[in-house]
Design a protein around this ligand. Structure first.
Ligand code: UD1
Ligand code: PEP
Length: 428
């Protein structure tokens, strides 16, 4: 297994291009199952998760062209599900990536049935899919759990209805939206997730012919249509990748310009960074992040559904706060077990105490490099960030987590002066 070796202490300076959002792409790709026409997605990131989704869609009969830049433009892929040849999403693929459960709504809507493995828990929490299932039941699906699989049928098709989520769920909203788009009649999705990735899916579905109102609010109104068509859609930029590199600039006290990162996607993260002493200047889709000469102060952070501070940035912000002057209280409200990076950051000298859902971080002037073990995607990148700021050498093991969500990470950081390299093999 590959490892990443970093020798820290160099302030990053330069430009970093931001790719398409993994979490938007993972919802947009299954939308291809809703139509017999081709769906072309541009600005598609080339990531392990995207390849896993492509493999899953191929299993359902959807032809997926390899991600390649058409005529020298942005990387793109065309997904064409002329016919659904299988409605089973097998355990082996679903266990690799929880977003696989997003084929459930589209398969049910298009083919009237789906058999999708239950995803199970993961490093950051139990992550049930009960709310996805309740939403689809409200739309008329009959659902049973059988031998670890969700067996869903809608022999007479789905019917529009009121879907009220008791808790905000990104994936649940996406599944409900895709199912409602082809259901008979009107649906109202209340307490819907408002994440930019959900909005991106809603915009794409609308361009495909779906009738959706309230995009960007917590109430989505969907008037079902009988068929959707093919289009070309550009995946929204990855606000988590952008936020991660903004923290990279801040933690190394550097000066980095993010390219293709509209700052309206970063509002909550930007607010915390600015409050901590980072200078952020937006010019079109360029965002300059300056912390050279800055004193970074501790800022309290609580994760919340969008537009609140994203849970997918909590680990990165914790690494930054570990180098701040003063203390910060970080509270995680979305996932029950998303502090797996704490013991590893502690190995690098960070002073962090966890009390239930909150972590008190007492900043210190300098972290020290150490061998560390990554446990999930954002925990892994928080260790890379800490390594960039630390004195001496850090080796991050289990790099495969990073490859799920960061395209050319070492290349992008090295271009700004970071001493970072991938060591192939035996990281354990
Ligand atoms: C591929 C993708 O887009 N992943 C993102 C998506 O994950 P995902 O869509 O899995 O996250 P959800 O918004 O659904 O989860 C939010 C909370 O609701 C709970 N829940 C969810 C569904 C359900 O049926 N029952 C239930 O109890 C979850 O366990 C969690 O505690 O949103 C999360 C929250 O912003 C992000 O961290 C993930 O990066
Ligand atoms: C938790 C994440 O992804 P997933 O929902 O695919 O596990 C993430 O992107 O940080």
């Amino acid at each position: 297994m590959d490892r990443i070796r970093i020798v820290g202490g160099t302030p990053l300076k330069g430009q970093i291009p931001i790719g398409g959002a993994k979490n938007a792409a993972l919802a947009l790709m299954p939308a291809a199952l809703l139509t017999d026409q081709p769906l072309t997605l541009t600005n598609l990131p080339d990531l392990v998760d995207i390849r896993t989704m492509a493999t899953l869609l191929a299993q359902h009969g959807c032809a997926v062209s390899p991600v390649a830049p058409p005529n020298g433009h942005e990387p793109a892929s065309t997904l064409h599900a002329k016919r659904i040849t299988s409605t089973t999403a097998p355990y082996d693929l679903v266990r690799r990536m929880r977003a696989s459960v997003l084929v459930l709504g589209p398969l049910l809507a298009r083919a009237g049935e789906a058999r999708v493995s239950l995803p199970g828990g993961c490093a950051i929490g139990t992550r049930p899919v009960d709310l996805h299932l309740e939403a689809l039941k409200a739309l008329g699906a009959e659902i049973e759990l059988e031998e670890g699989y969700i067996k869903a049928t809608a022999p007479k098709g789905l019917t529009g209805n009121r879907v009220v989520f008791p808790k905000v769920t990104v994936g649940g909203t996406e599944n409900a939206l895709m199912a409602a788009a082809l259901a008979k009649g009107d649906s109202l999705i209340a307490n819907a997730a408002q994440e930019p990735e959900v909005c991106d899916l809603a915009h794409c579905l609308t361009a495909m012919g779906a009738r959706i109102e309230g995009i960007g609010t917590s109430t989505l109104q969907v008037s079902g249509v009988s068929a959707l068509g093919g289009i070309t859609h550009r995946v929204v930029p990855d606000r988590i990748e952008a936020g991660t590199y903004a923290v990279a600039a801040a933690i190394t006290r550097g000066d980095v310009t993010l390219l293709g990162a509209p700052n309206e996607l970063l509002t909550a993260v930007e607010k915390v960074l600015v409050e901590s002493g980072v200078e952020m200047t937006a010019e079109g889709d360029r965002l300059r992040v300056r912390a050279d000469g800055a004193e970074i102060r501790g800022v309290d952070v609580m994760t919340e559904p969008y537009p609140g501070f994203p849970t997918d940035m909590q680990a990165q912000m914790m690494a930054l706060m570990a180098t701040a002057s003063g203390s910060a209280l970080l509270t995680e409200t979305i996932f029950e077990n998303r502090f797996m990076h704490v013991p590893e950051l502690t190995r690098m000298g960070a002073r962090i105490n966890v009390h239930g859902a909150s972590a008190i971080v007492r900043g210190m002037p300098m972290l020290s490099g150490a061998p560390v073990m990554a446990t999930d995607l954002r925990a892994s990148v928080s260790l890379v960030l800490a390594g960039l700021a630390a004195r001496g050498e850090t080796v991050v093991n289990r790099v495969y987590h990073l490859d799920r969500g960061y395209e050319r990470l070492e290349e992008k950081l090295a271009a700004c002066g970071a001493h970072i390299e991938r060591l192939p093999g035996n990281g354990g």
